[in-house]
Design a protein around this ligand. Structure first.
Ligand code: NAI
Length: 222
């Protein structure tokens, strides 16, 4: 496939296409038109066609999209055709919830290590991965190839731990701590803030009360 610059807005939409196509695959659907996909995803058909044309137009006139092929191609674009090793730093409520979510592994993200400072957690296993103490982290990283570190610890310690894993070769941080990280240019950081999604819900609720328009339900260009 020809490689060209794709806008961030399109990239942001790809996981959603990937998820829907995965569901279609699981239910045995082999092909789908942009109109049918539009109905399911509540996105305009023209947006779907425009987005997917960015990748060389996987669809064929009169046939629609081959679900398996499109799913695989979007997976490749998202880098999901590989297996990543991910460690979790901070084995509290959120860290253990992430470690317990088996679906990540299906998408190619395998939790290979969990670290904390609380000695009470030493040796406790989450989905067969034992929680280790952070003192063991540098040694662990030398011996175990690790692609991603998820930070699910208090924000006061997030920078220090991010710097430690980066110093030991980790190039991608999935940051849940509410703090901005300043890391070298070759380190990729993705921060997640569930509170922003909740605020969006709150906005939609109050807007619905005022206007009677439900923005979460409208078919839209997302
Ligand atoms: P928690 O208190 O249940 O867990 C935090 C864990 O981090 C504890 O087990 C603690 O011993 C450990 N810890 C402390 N210092 C550490 C260090 N230097 N290295 C390794 N582990 C260390 O807290 P919870 O609810 O799991 O939240 C964790 C973090 O995630 C907090 O910063 C919280 O604000 C954030 N959070 C973010 C969300 C988001 O949407 N971005 C949603 C929920 C929580």
């Amino acid at each position: 496939m020809e490689s060209k610059e794709i806008s961030r807005a399109v990239i942001k939409r790809l996981p959603r296409y990937y998820r829907y196509l995965g569901e279609l695959l699981e239910s045995g659907v082999e092909r789908i038109s942009s109109n049918e996909l539009s109905d399911r995803m509540q996105v305009t058909a023209s947006q779907i066609r425009q987005d997917l044309n960015n990748f060389g137009g996987f669809g064929q006139q009169g046939y629609g999209y081959n679900v398996k092929h499109l799913h695989a191609e979007i997976g490749k674009i998202l880098g999901l055709d590989k297996m990543y090793h991910m460690i979790i730093i901070g084995a509290g409520n959120l860290g253990q919830a992430l470690a317990n979510y088996a679906q990540f592994e299906k998408w190619g993200f395998k939790v290979t290590g969990i670290f904390d400072v609380n000695p009470v957690l030493r040796g406790v296993s989450v989905r067969n991965v034992p929680i280790r103490m952070v003192e063991e982290l540098p040694e662990y990283l030398k011996e175990n190839e690790t692609h991603i570190a998820a930070l699910t610890l208090p924000k006061e310690h997030a920078r220090e731990m991010a710097e430690l894993v980066v110093a030991n070769g980790v190039k991608a941080i999935w940051n849940f701590a509410h703090t901005d990280l300043k890391l070298p240019d070759d380190v990729v950081v993705e921060s997640v803030h569930l509170s922003e999604s909740l605020m969006q819900l709150s906005y939609n609720m109050s807007n619905y009360k005022k206007t009677g328009k439900n923005h979460s339900k409208q078919k839209k260009s997302f």
